[in-house]
Design a protein around this ligand. Structure first.
Ligand code: CAA
Length: 380
């Protein structure tokens, strides 16, 4: 498999790196501290085509490939993983599903503004009693004439308070189990939407996570994606791509931890030398770099499979599993290398650790990724 980047992919990576360093880095520490959503940054990312990277230009997107998307998410997440997840959810969970299953009318109305950054989207699958076991949806949508009436509760909604539209799964036929789940596009300003308080999180604090109540929300019947009953399939297929995004986010955190560790170890002196000369530090750097490179190859493989129309379920889950583990381990080692300085805010690596943990949880925990990988190995 050839992972040489094309000139275009290198240009996209460099543009994302430049944007991250000049536009995101200056406010990252403060936004993390205050839990402040990066509204202006997201608007600028939209103007640059980073909010609908893989969407066709016909629908307002940038028409790029998945590998370019991975490169951009990694660069952005190296500087601020909060921005990485906001971008990832809009790109791979909301825009992807809408482009694949939406009607032209829905694409005109919602995909164009979502892909160009004029609107923001959120993906609403999890519920208080349907997390890893996502088939157990309690939210219900009942068809009444020309609209559905939706009632229920969603939680852990990334972009929840800031989003303009929700990509939401609900039961249209309880008796059919997961085959009775359908997907809807719901506008945030619909009557009956109750946006809950923003969660006070350990990490990715500048991103926005909340609960969402739906009380007799009227949704036009044309806002269903595809047809009734295919919502679980849509959610799972969408999450396969989403997992590539989260894996790239984790890769960014791991890479940032390594780069900070290399820089610090070349400056910090102990025992008459810089600590980079100590084998104890060198072994840590070697392990970090090896795990990062292995993760990167798996993620690139998943991205290429997706772009080449091959199955990428297993590769996406493997990439997420390994990269999220690398992110947590690299951030921990970065703190160890920095010693006491790693434990205080001034040196950033403590944020890398706080931001890394969620990559082992959202869009399927590491345990769910193992389940998905094993099922792919055993099927057939
Ligand atoms: N891709 C495509 N289809 C899939 C799939 C996948 N990865 N996984 C399952 N399916 C399909 C199956 O083929 C099956 O369909 P058919 O009957 O037509 O064949 C159907 O879905 C049911 O599958 P299972 O029988 O395997 O169902 P299960 O209940 O045993 O397992 C699960 C399903 C894999 C555990 C699934 O519930 C899952 O992935 N859970 C994790 C949910 C998750 O990732 N949540 C993240 C929340 S969103 C989030 O975090 C976003 C955010 O804001 C950041």
């Amino acid at each position: 498999m050839n992972f040489d980047l094309s000139e275009e992919q290198i240009a996209i990576r460099d543009a994302a790196r430049d944007f991250a360093e000049t536009e995101i880095a200056p406010t990252a520490v403060e936004r993390d501290l205050n839990g402040e959503f990066p509204k202006d940054i997201i608007a600028k990312l939209g103007e640059l085509g980073f909010m609908g990277m893989m969407v066709s230009p016909d629908w307002g997107g940038a028409g790029m490939d998945t590998l370019s998307y991975v490169l951009a998410i990694e660069e952005i997440s190296k500087v601020d993983a909060s921005v990485g997840v906001i971008m990832s959810v809009n790109n791979s969970l909301v825009c992807y599903g809408l482009e694949k299953w939406g009607t032209d009318e829905l694409k005109e109305k919602y995909l164009k503004p979502l892909a160009s950054g004029k609107m923001l989207g959120a993906f609403c699958l999890s519920e208080p009693e349907a997390g890893s076991d996502a088939t157990q949806q309690r939210t219900e949508a009942v068809l009444e004439g020309d609209h559905y009436v939706v009632n229920g509760m969603k939680n852990w909604i990334t972009n929840g308070t800031q989003a303009d539209v929700y990509f939401l799964q609900a039961m249209t036929d309880k008796a059919k189990g997961y085959k009775g789940i359908s997907t809807f596009i719901i506008e945030k300003n619909s009557e009956g939407i109750e946006v809950g308080k923003k969660e006070d999180k350990l990490g990715i604090r500048s991103s926005d996570t909340c609960t969402l109540g739906l009380n007799n929300v009227k949704v036009p019947k044309e806002n269903i994606l595809g047809e009734e009953g295919i919502g679980f399939k849509i959610a799972m297929s969408t999450l396969n791509g989403g997992r590539i995004g989260v894996a790239a986010q984790a890769l960014g955190i791991a890479q940032a931890s390594l780069e900070a560790s290399i820089k610090y170890s070349k400056q910090r002196k102990a025992f008459d030398s810089t600590i980079s000369n100590l084998q104890a530090i060198q072994f840590k750097l070697a392990d970090m770099a090896t795990n990062i490179e292995a993760s990167r190859l798996l993620i690139y493989q998943a991205a290429l499979n997706k772009d080449n129309g091959k199955s990428y379920i297993k590769e996406a889950s493997m990439g997420k599993l390994l990269a999220s583990q690398a992110a947590v381990n690299c951030a921990l080692e970065a703190i160890q290398i920095h010693g006491g300085y790693g434990y205080v805010r001034e040196y950033l690596v403590e944020r890398f650790l706080r931001d890394s943990k969620i990559t082992q949880i959202y869009e399927g925990t590491s345990e769910i990724q193992k389940m998905v990988i094993a099922r792919e190995l055993l099927k057939g």
